[in-house]
Design a protein around this ligand. Structure first.
Ligand code: NAP
Ligand code: MG
Length: 454
């Protein structure tokens, strides 16, 4: 029997042993989910909606417990962790409105009637990373269940606790046995099996670009449906006509939130040359004031990194001699701490500038004009999110149309709203999650022609 010892990233102390499923156990659960699909898809739309609302209510009643569990397992700040549990509630409530609204179309044809149906796919395999265990799970299972699919969900090996609890809460809410299944295990075992098992009809994967490409290749064998949310190296573009103080005050949160372990992290700050010095002065004050501390503290703005191995990986991007402009603070102690770090590159071929670090490290780069800003922003294999700071509305529109990324914000750094679409350009992903169209990714369109002449 294989187990994994969960480590609290804040203290580096063991928390709990978790049993990791093997391939046989995985198959048993996939087959259970496939059987449950036969009846779940037939639950009347209004009844499925009610069950999802009940699920949301039960999760809401356990918000604090789930949040505390995420602080313990993942080192998230308590404020973030509460938002994350609340996001699951919001996503469930939002998609609970869709079973009765899963419309097809009636298309005019001669000699008959033509109707399209939105039909569920079957078992959906959701593979979740460790950076946002609750929201990323919910973005998959909320719309998947609403559309009448059943779900097998693999949490990241290191962060399974909230997903395990959510599966218990689903049963408590009356979601039938077998409809929502959480299978803790290794990516190379459970995740791979989702890809190869023919009863799993779609994969929803969030994680690294390398594993995403591997899964995409695997899905090709069965022409398996696939949604990918991968990495990012997003640009925070600050023009000289922006509110520089506000842009600088908000820039630390845009990249150091969740210790930089965020695919939307604005990990490249592009600043117009003539305001570069001014921006850096204000930014330094904000970075040094950014509260890196025990994430259980209400005042914490950043906690530790997820594991010792990830800490070592992040450290590699900041070797001695790295072009550090300034750093924030970090507490002493055994946790996996890394101080917020600002790099001022002269060589834009640096690994630290080009690759996703997934830690609290940001690169600041000057630019000359609008075209230069867009060129630098797009000089990346990624295209997930980004920000544009300018008071010139025409410029904000032009630049937001010019940047190749799925989620942009102007005079703001917020990327995620459960009712707007989310996803990446280029190697940041494939398909979109959330928003009004998410159910399209969890249904097939069936067209039926009825001949009225016979
Ligand atoms: P990862 O390996 O891509 O892991 C993401 C999920 O995929 C985990 O549940 C993982 O399981 C699973 N997995 C791994 N190998 C698999 C396989 N062969 N088949 C199916 N599933 C598989 O990401 P990571 O190693 O945790 O992080 C590495 C880097 O990826 C990060 O530093 C960051 O740059 C990037 N990343 C991006 C995001 C994002 O939101 N876009 C999220 C996480 C990581 P295990 O838990 O067993 O590994
Ligand atoms: Mg990995």
């Amino acid at each position: 029997m294989t187990t994994y010892t969960i480590i609290n990233p804040t203290t580096a102390k063991p928390v709990q042993e978790i049993h990791l499923a093997d391939i046989f156990e995985t198959d048993v659960i996939i087959e259970k989910a496939a059987r449950a699909f036969a009846s779940w898809r037939l639950v009347a739309p209004g009844d499925r909606a009610k069950l999802l609302r009940k699920f949301a209510a039960v999760v809401e009643a356990h918000t604090e417990e789930l949040a505390q569990l995420e602080v313990l397992n993942s080192g998230h700040t308590i404020g973030n962790a509460r938002w994350e549990a609340g996001n699951v509630v919001n996503v469930l409530n939002y998609y609970s409105a869709s079973p009765e609204r899963l419309f097809g179309r009636q298309i005019p044809v001669p000699n008959g009637i033509d109707i399209t149906f939105k039909e569920p796919l079957g078992v959906i395999g959701i593979i979740v990373p460790w950076n946002f265990p609750m929201p990323i799970a919910g973005w998959g299972f909320g719309p998947a269940l609403a559309a009448g699919n059943t779900v097998v969900l693999k949490p990241a090996e290191v962060t399974p606790l909230t997903a395990i609890r959510l599966a218990e809460l689903a049963l408590e809410a009356g979601i039938p046995e077998g409809v929502f299944n959480v299978i803790p295990g290794k990516g190379s075992v459970v995740g791979e099996r989702f890809v190869t098992h023919p009863a799993v009809r779609k994969i929803v994967f969030t994680g690294s670009t390398t594993v995403g490409k591997h899964i995409m290749q695997g899905c090709a064998n069965q022409v398996k449906r696939l949604t990918l949310e991968l990495g990012g190296k997003s640009a925070n573009i600050i023009f000289d006509d922006a509110d520089i103080e506000k842009a600088a005050a908000n820039a630390p949160g845009a990249v150091f939130d969740n210790a930089g372990q965020d695919c939307c992290a604005r990990s490249r700050i592009l600043v117009q040359k003539n305001v570069y010095e001014k921006f850096m002065e204000h930014f330094e004050v904000a970075v040094k004031a950014f509260r890196v501390e025990d994430p259980a503290n209400e005042s914490a703005e950043m906690g530790p990194l997820i594991t010792a191995a990830h800490l070592a990986r992040v450290q590699e991007y900041v070797p001695s001699g790295a072009p550090i402009a300034f750093q924030g603070t970090k507490p002493e102690g055994d946790g996996f701490w890394f101080a917020p770090t600002v790099l001022a590159h002269t060589n834009l071929e640096d690994r630290a500038y080009r690759e996703e670090i997934f830690g609290p490290v940001v690169s600041v780069v000057p630019f000359t004009d609008e075209d230069d800003a867009i060129r630098i922003a797009n000089d990346s294999e990624f295209g997930l999110s980004g920000s544009i700071w300018s008071r010139d509305i025409g410029r904000a529109v032009r630049v937001s149309r010019g940047v190749e990324a799925g989620n942009l914000s102007v005079n703001s750094n917020s990327s995620v709203r459960y009712w707007t679409p989310f996803g990446g350009y280029k190697q940041s992903g494939l398909g979109r999650e959330l928003g009004p169209d998410a159910l399209d990714a969890f249904t097939e369109t069936k067209n039926v022609f009825f001949d009225t002449q016979n």
